[in-house]
Design a protein. Structure first.
Length: 53
């Protein structure tokens, strides 16, 4: 097996691993992100000082 095929295979594998990790993170934060924001949270978000992420 020449090096080019090995590196292409490695890159595809890395993409799959990164994609799987992103999918797991998305599933983890799904209830936080997908849930619609309430009016109370929106006013709290607006009233907080800037750069406090």
């Amino acid at each position: 097996m020449d090096y080019l095929a090995f590196f292409v295979l490695l890159a595809i594998l890395a993409l799959f691993i990164i994609g799987g990790g992103l999918l797991m993170l998305a599933a983890l934060f799904e209830d936080v992100v997908v849930r619609p924001i309430t009016e109370d949270e929106f006013s709290r978000y607006l009233s907080r000082p800037p750069n406090s992420i």
